[in-house]
Design a protein around this ligand. Structure first.
Ligand code: F6P
Length: 361
C-alpha cells in the first residue's frame, strides 16, 4: 500500500515547477491521504546524509506556488549520481546511495520532474530496481520526444516574444538591425515560436543551415520595400557559416554551454551591410518568469496524473501531453530521440509563408 511519496526537481529550472509540486501535494494528501516529501536539490537530497528533504502539505503549498518561478525544492545540473563529484575532485558512482536514501525515507514511490539529462539518469535509476518512479517532463527547450509540451517551454516563448516586442520600437526608432539570441540548446523551438509570435524577419535555428549572403539579400529587400529596421532571432546553438559552434566553455555536466552566436552575426552583418546593428543575449531571463497560464495548467494536470499513476502502480514511465490529453511512455522512448524542429512542420511553413527568412530549406 502506498503511504508516502517523494517529489524532486532536477536539471535546469524553469517556470511551472512549483505549480507541479503543488498539484502533486494536493492530489496525494487530499485525495489519497498520503504523505509527501520534497527531496532537496534533485537526487542530492537522497545521497547526502542526513537526508535532505522537507514535508509538503496542502498548507505549505498554497496558490502562490502557481505564480512563482524556480523550484522551492532546489535543483542541480552537475550532480549526476552515476558520476558524482567527490571531495578529491574525482567522480564516483553514488547511485546506490540514492536507492538507499529512498528506502531510509520510507518512500513507496517518487515523482521526478526533469528534462532530457535528468530522464537519462532516471532511466538508469529505474533499471537498478528498488525505486518506483514516475517522471514529468520539464524543459524550456521542448526537446523531449513523445510529448508536444514540457513544463516551462510556453513561458520561455512568451519571454522571448516579449523581448522582440521591446526590441522592435527601439530598432524602428534608430533604423537598426537588432539580433535577439535565445536559449534552446540543440533545438530551435523557442526561436521559431517566438520569432513567429514576435514578428522576426529572420529566424535562425540549429536544424536549418543559412548563408550570410541570403540574410543580407533578405534585409536589403526589406529596406528596398521601405522599412528601415529589421529583427533577427537566433537560437544559441546555431553555428557560424563555417560550421563552428560558439561555446562558452564546458558546463559541469559535460554538455556544451552555448552563447555568442548573435555577436558573431552582428559583426559579420555589420561588415557586409555597413549598417548599424545591435545584439541582445536573453539568457536565463527565459527561465525565471512568472509561469503563464498554459504552464500552470500543464504542470497541474501532469502533477495530478503522476500521483494517479502511482496509485495504479504504473511505474517507470514519463508523462506526455498531446491534443489536450495526458498519456505516458516508457522512459526510454522519451530519451531515444532528441526532439528537434521538424523542417516540414507547420510553424516553419507558416514562417516561410509570410516571408520570414528561415534558412536554406
Ligand atoms: O536546458 C535548459 C537551458 O536553459 C538551455 O536552454 C541552456 O542552453 C542551458 O539550460 C543553460 O544551462 P545553465 O543554466 O547550466 O547555464
Amino acid at each position: 500500500m502506498i503511504k508516502r511519496i517523494g517529489v524532486l526537481t532536477s536539471g535546469g529550472d524553469c517556470s511551472g515547477l512549483n505549480a507541479a509540486i503543488r498539484a502533486i501535494t494536493l492530489r496525494a494528501t487530499q485525495h489519497y491521504g498520503w504523505e509527501v516529501m520534497g527531496i532537496l536539490r534533485g537526487t542530492c537530497g537522497l545521497i547526502h546524509r542526513p537526508l535532505e528533504y522537507t514535508s509538503l502539505t496542502a498548507a505549505n503549498c498554497d496558490q502562490s506556488m502557481l505564480r512563482s518561478a524556480g523550484t522551492i525544492l532546489g535543483s542541480t545540473t552537475k550532480d549526476n549520481p552515476f558520476y558524482f563529484p567527490s571531495a578529491d575532485g574525482s567522480k564516483i558512482d553514488r547511485s546506490d546511495d540514492v536507492i538507499e536514501g529512498y528506502k531510509q525515507l520510507n518512500l513507496d514511490a517518487i515523482i521526478a520532474i526533469g528534462g532530457d539529462g535528468s530522464m537519462r539518469i532516471n532511466s538508469k535509476l529505474i533499471k537498478k530496481e528498488g525505486i518506483n518512479m514516475v517522471c514529468i517532463p520539464k524543459t524550456i527547450d521542448n526537446d523531449l520526444a513523445q510529448t508536444e509540451l514540457s513544463i516551462g517551454y510556453s513561458t520561455a516563448v512568451d519571454v522571448a516574444t516579449e523581448a522582440l516586442d521591446r526590441l522592435q520600437p527601439t530598432a524602428a526608432s534608430h533604423d537598426r538591425i537588432i539580433i535577439l539570441e535565445v536559449m534552446g540548446r540543440d533545438a530551435g523551438h523557442i526561436a521559431l515560436a517566438a520569432g513567429v509570435a514576435g514578428g522576426a524577419d529572420v529566424i535562425l535555428i540549429p536544424e536549418i543551415p543559412y548563408t550570410l549572403d541570403s540574410i543580407c539579400k533578405h534585409i536589403q529587400n526589406i529596406k528596398e520595400q521601405g522599412r528601415k529596421h529589421v529583427l533577427i532571432i537566433v537560437s544559441e546553438a546555431v553555428k557560424t557559416q563555417e560550421d563552428a559552434s560558439i561555446l562558452r566553455g564546458t558546463s559541469y555536466n559535460e554538455r556544451p554551454r552555448y552563447g555568442g552566436i548573435s555577436e558573431y552575426l552582428c559583426e559579420k552583418l555589420e561588415e557586409k551591410l555597413k549598417a548599424d546593428l545591435r545584439f541582445t543575449i536573453l539568457g536565463h531571463v527565459q527561465r525565471g518568469a512568472q509561469p503563464n497560464s498554459q504552464d500552470r495548467i500543464l504542470a497541474t494536470a501532469f502533477g495530478v496524473k503522476a500521483v494517479d499513476m502511482i496509485a495504479e502502480k504504473n511505474f517507470g514511465k514519463m508523462l506526455t501531453w498531446s491534443n489536450n490529453t495526458i498519456s505516458s511512455v516508457p522512459i526510454e522512448a522519451a530519451i531515444d530521440i532528441y526532439n528537434v524542429v521538424d523542417p516540414k512542420g507547420l510553424l516553419l511553413e507558416t514562417a516561410r509563408s509570410i516571408g520570414i527568412y528561415v534558412g536554406e530549406l
